[in-house]
Design a protein around this ligand. Structure first.
Ligand SMILES: C[S@@+](CC[C@H](N)C(=O)[O-])C[C@H]1O[C@@H](n2cnc3c(N)ncnc32)[C@H](O)[C@@H]1O
Ligand code: SF4
Length: 392
């Protein structure tokens, strides 16, 4: 089937800004300690050149959302963020009502700066609060204190941000279920429109992996925290629309929802990953050089910067399920067929097996949802859809 703007998936733009004041001991993102003089100006110039490359790939399609992620985007000042957004508006067809999110670390915000980010075009702010407990923030190696979170939220609200996310983590060293709930209570009291509530995971290649804190909560305690916190979020008016994402009605993150529903996205910046469907319905993936200095140096038309891989049908199916199973509302036959270009029948046998294991439920003839068990053991559920050709 020939694809055009009306039946192609929505298109988003991700921009990666990789530096942080320090590298947090639990973090496996492509983020780097800034040192004394990171080449911010050169990086912004490379980002602008990269946006020009991506404009060819976008071929005039409308960009519905932009996400400035990191690292710590708020490490860049508002004029630099403004330059990046101006380049996006100049080279791409950015929708007038585009959601434009920027991640910020409460420890990098100077007084008055949030109003400047707002004037530069950012209309959604995502604050990495992590915890409202001083000892927990210290155990996580964060550069901010509890007061910085309150100052950032107050300032964001006065600067006119009416779509604010707070990132919180639970399952922290030494944390009890009561402490996790108290943390969350402080976040909901501030009435942000969105809360991302992540369980701290110990990732390979992090300081916490080689030196795991001795007082990490066990699995049962973490589950108890999750249950209590999810109840609290529901009671406070936040609907769960993804395994870790909770929003007041109408404030779901459109950018992340586009990832989770297998939409398309352009990749700009060090290590950024993109996925684009062409007019023939072929889905391709690509990524940018991972290290910030390699990204700055990469000749802009080098194969590593522009080459895209065509996805095999088995990978399309797995990647679709990997994403969409994160959503409690699940997916429909129509969504699956539109986004993947595959026959729904290819899935039926495995869907049935998951239903028999209690991991999925058939909500109607045409729609499937993960059960509570499925969401709790999401990795097991996702693994049921691994490409069969990798099984020997
Ligand atoms: C790129 S960071 C957000 C912005 C900024 N870098 C900061 O940390 O304030 C995205 C979020 O991922 C979460 N995160 C990072 N590492 C994690 C881990 N190991 N386990 C769970 N959540 C993690 C944190 O809540 C963090 O705010
Ligand atoms: S500030 Fe955010 S991105 Fe940077 S190291 Fe810490 S968690 Fe990772």
């Amino acid at each position: 089937m020939a694809m055009n703007e009306s039946n192609l998936p929505p298109l988003s733009l991700y921009v990666h800004l990789p530096w942080c004041v320090v590298k947090c001991p639990y973090c496996d993102f492509n983020s780097h300690k800034a040192g004394s003089s990171p080449p911010l100006g050169q990086y912004v110039a490379a980002i602008k050149a990269d946006i020009a490359i991506e404009s060819e790939r976008a071929a005039g399609r409308r960009v519905q959302t932009i996400f400035l992620g990191g690292g710590t985007p708020s490490f860049f000042d508002a004029s630099q963020i403004g330059e990046i957004l101006e380049a996006a508006h100049a080279d791409l067809n950015v929708a007038v009502d585009a959601e434009i999110t920027m991640e910020a670390n409460p420890g990098t915000l100077e007084c008055g700066e949030l109003a400047s980010y707002r004037s530069a075009g950012v209309n959604r702010l995502s604050l990495g609060a992590q915890s409202f407990d001083t000892d927990s923030l210290r155990a996580l190696g964060r550069i901010h204190g509890v007061d910085d979170i309150y100052a950032a939220v107050n300032e964001a609200q006065s600067a006119g941000f009416n779509s604010i996310n707070i990132d919180l983590m639970y399952g922290l060293p030494g944390q009890t279920a009561a402490m996790a709930l108290a943390d969350l209570g402080k976040a909901t009291e501030l009435e942000p429109q969105h809360i991302s509530h992540y369980q701290l995971t110990i990732e390979p290649n992090t300081v916490f992996y080689s030196r795991t804190p001795e007082d990490m909560p066990d699995d049962d305690t973490s589950f108890e925290m999750q249950e209590a916190c999810h109840h609290h979020l529901r009671d406070a008016g936040y609907g769960q629309y993804e395994i870790s994402a909770f929003a007041k009605p109408g404030y779901e993150c459109r950018h992340n929802l586009n990832y989770w529903t297998f939409g398309d996205y352009l990749a700009v910046g060090a290590g950024a990953h993109g996925k684009v469907t062409d007019e023939q319905g072929t889905i391709r993936r690509y990524e940018k050089p991972a290290h910030p200095l390699a990204f700055i140096k990469a000749p802009k038309n080098s194969p590593s910067n522009v080459e895209a891989r065509k996805l095999h049908d088995d990978d399309i199916l797995f990647e679709y399920m990997l994403n969409v199973l994160r959503l409690p509302q699940g997916f429909t036959r129509t969504m699956f067929e539109q986004r993947t270009g595959l026959e729904f029948e290819a899935l039926l046998e495995r869907l049935g097996e998951c239903r028999d294991k209690g991991l999925l439920r058939e909500a109607t003839d045409e729609s499937w949802q993960p059960t509570e068990l499925g969401l709790r053991f999401l990795n097991d559920l996702q693994a049921q859809f691994l490409p069969t050709r990798s099984v020997v």
